[in-house]
Design a protein around this ligand. Structure first.
Ligand SMILES: Nc1nc2c(ncn2[C@@H]2O[C@H](COP(=O)(O)OP(=O)(O)OP(=O)(O)O)[C@@H](O)[C@H]2O)c(=O)[nH]1
Length: 296
């Protein structure tokens, strides 16, 4: 069991990470729970709740891009490497956080951070091992509106899977912005996406065409059929990969809905075994018993 408990909120740009953090903090406050909010996005601008630790007090993306003439992605990697060299900036305040707090870490949206550069795995190792010993769950957000475009959805699913494999943490995948999913067809489709049904990749097996290609096919628009088949084969292979891992499923999130936030939080709590840590500890029990004895 950890000494501290936390969740790291990840996902592509605009997936709703900061909004989810704010809703989660509000929900925790409503339920008289304590939280410790860490912003690790060196380009973040506005927060509904002021972070307890903000990477921008150490380094900002704007300064790095200006002074080192780096682009946004290179600049971001530099910011994280700088953070790793000055890790006390983050670990010292976290040392003060006790086990009844939920530590919430808001991350930037550049997905290369979760796919192939080692800086985030290294950061997480530093937080989850050693004296901090944070029991941590990764929450990976994808926009539910992606369901209108299956190729995007599956590329999102692959990015979630890549993060799961690279970070080696308990993982909760979340479909955000559920309030934007409207209409019967969208809701019917959604059911299949929640469990990442690979059959979706083979919706048009007779033609071997993907959704977008099928629409063009139905509309009589000429396409290079060989490309379509290759694409379908690739999709099938990707589908089997996702299926074989059986790891990718999604929770639904509407950041404006208190029940929806509560449901996602309960998955996070389970993943990090938060409630087990809050049960009365034996030494306290012993103190209570002694006090009871004294009263007699
Ligand atoms: N309708 C709806 N909009 C949402 C929801 N969550 C976030 N948004 C909107 O989506 C946009 C992006 O939200 P953010 O929370 O800034 O997303 P982010 O993932 O932190 O973005 P980056 O930090 O740029 O990667 C904002 O305009 C939000 O208001 C939601 O549950 N429903």
């Amino acid at each position: 069991m950890g000494s501290r408990y936390g969740t790291i909120i990840m996902g592509p740009a605009g997936a709703g990470k900061t909004t989810f953090c704010s809703s989660l903090i509000q929900h925790l406050k409503n339920n008289r729970r304590s939280c410790f909010y860490v912003n690790l996005d060196p380009a973040a601008e506005e927060f509904a709740f002021e972070p307890d630790v903000d990477i921008k007090d150490l380094i900002t993306l704007e300064d790095v891009m200006e002074e080192l003439h780096l682009g946004p992605n290179g600049g971001l990697i530099y910011c994280f490497e700088f953070l790793m060299e000055n890790l006390d900036f983050l670990t010292d305040p976290l040392e003060e956080v006790s086990d009844e707090y939920l530590i919430i870490i808001d991350m930037p949206g550049q997905i290369e951070l979760y796919s192939h550069v080692p800086v985030v795995p290294n950061l997480l190792k530093a937080l989850t091992r050693g004296s901090l010993n944070i029991s941590m769950c990764a929450a990976y957000l994808l926009e539910s509106t992606f369901i209108v475009d299956r190729a995007k959805f599956f590329s999102g699913t692959l990015s979630a899977m890549s993060a799961m494999l690279m970070l080696e943490l308990p993982h909760v995948n979340i479909l955000s912005k559920m309030d934007l999913v409207k209409g019967q067809v969208a809701r019917r489709d959604l059911k299949r996406f929640i469990e990442a049904d690979i059959g979706l990749l083979q919706d048009a097996p007779e033609s071997g065409l993907m959704y977008d290609h099928k629409e063009k096919f139905d509309a009589g628009i000429q396409e290079d059929v060989t490309d379509g088949r290759d694409f379908a084969n690739l999709n099938r292979a990707v589908g089997h990969l996702i299926d074989e891992f059986s790891l990718v499923s999604f929770l639904k999130l509407d950041a404006q809905d208190e029940d929806s936030i509560g449901a996602v939080l309960s998955y996070i709590d389970d993943a990090i075994q938060f409630h087990e840590a809050q049960e009365p500890k034996e030494p306290n029990d012993a103190v209570e018993e002694t006090e009871m004895d004294g009263m007699g």
